[in-house]
Design a protein around this ligand. Structure first.
Ligand SMILES: [Zn+2]
Length: 336
């Protein structure tokens, strides 16, 4: 079983071994950062346990596999998810015990189609106390032929008693290369994928959110600010820091905006053509290397938790103070 899940080799191997040995614990706890493939792995594991083809599981073509893929398998229980967004809510249901209260009575019966019933609870840490205690009671006397998979990025919020009844499986943050691979496989332009990967905290989910949040619009914003700085228009009208943070919105913090700006500058410099770099070196007082040192310093300050507003202001002042090789930053000479 891989199901196209990238960067989680250890977790997948552990699950494959459990299936092959025939000793699958009745409850798993999948822990790790958001957007690294925990839920996809839970679905893939369910498909593996429930597949009707004994030779290759999951086969992807049997009735069971197709129903898992459609989210319509009679032995697979998961709170409704709307689209790809994680809006499932295990607390919703006709009883105070939520989704679990509704489905646990059904778990007393034999599976309808497959060898196993599987219950997947995403964001298990969000269960209400009542639902969590009901889950505990259920795990203490597990229904037959049933595997529970609890998924969480905030393990510490789960009841210790629930945690101790599960086999814990750790999912690692994704490497930048894996992220780029995942993003490009989903149709994201490679250059964009490489630009967003360093900001994504090892999470494909975060990377997609960043892209969703308009990475291209951001690039245009940054380029506009740089052009204004170069033209000396910074003093008139809105100062660049205000302009930068005014565009934050979309759930981004000021710190993230400065981090994105710094990353944008780095990308521009590393992407500058050698010809342009050579011309800048001949013409400007500050070479690209000195510029990179400046940007690195801003980056370091951010990592040391400096105030993003002060860092942005400092960086803009340095850039505006003259000698900046604008051509290396992709700011054209047209305005001269
Ligand atoms: Zn199958």
């Amino acid at each position: 079983m891989t199901g196209g899940i990238l960067g989680q080799g250890r977790a997948l191997t552990a699950l494959r071994r459990a299936v092959e040995s025939g000793r699958v614990p009745h409850a798993y706890l999948f822990v790790g950062p958001r957007g690294v493939g925990k839920y996809s792995t839970a679905l893939e594991f369910a498909a593996t346990l429930q597949c009707l083809d004994e030779a290759q599981r999951p086969c992807g073509v049997c009735r069971s596999c197709k129903l898992v893929a459609k989210g319509d398998h009679p032995d697979l229980f998961q709170p409704k998810r709307s689209g790809s967004k994680l809006t499932k809510n295990a607390n919703a249901g006709s009883k105070e015990t939520g989704f679990l209260g509704d489905i646990v009575p059904m778990l007393g019966y034999a599976p309808v189609l497959s060898a196993w019933k599987v219950v997947i609870l995403d964001d298990a840490h969000q269960l209400t106390d009542t639902a969590a205690n009901f889950l505990l009671k259920t795990l203490e006397e597990p229904p037959s032929r049933t595997i529970f998979i609890l998924v969480t990025h905030a393990e510490h919020l789960l009841l210790d008693t629930v945690r101790s009844r599960c086999r814990r499986l750790r999912f690692a943050p994704l490497t930048k290369e894996t992220l780029v691979g995942i993003l490009t496989s989903r149709g994201v332009d490679e250059e964009q994928a490489r630009a967003v990967a360093p900001l994504a905290e090892g999470s494909a989910g975060v990377a997609l959110e960043l892209l969703d949040g308009g990475q291209l619009e951001l690039a245009a914003l940054f380029d506009g600010l740089l052009a204004a700085l170069k033209a000396g228009r910074a003093a008139e009208g809105q100062d660049p820091v205000t302009a930068l943070f005014a565009a934050a919105g979309k759930g981004r913090t000021e710190r993230q905006m400065v981090e994105l700006l710094v990353d944008h500058l780095k990308k521009r410099i590393s992407g500058a053509e050698p010809r342009i770099v050579a011309r800048s070196l001949a013409k400007e007082q500050v070479g690209p290397r000195a510029l990179l040192t400046l940007i690195d310093e801003a980056d370091r300050n951010l990592k040391l938790n400096s105030n993003p507003r002060i860092t942005a202001d400092w960086l803009f002042r340095k850039l505006a103070s003259g000698g900046t090789p604008w051509a290396c930053l992709g700011v054209s000479d047209a305005g001269r």
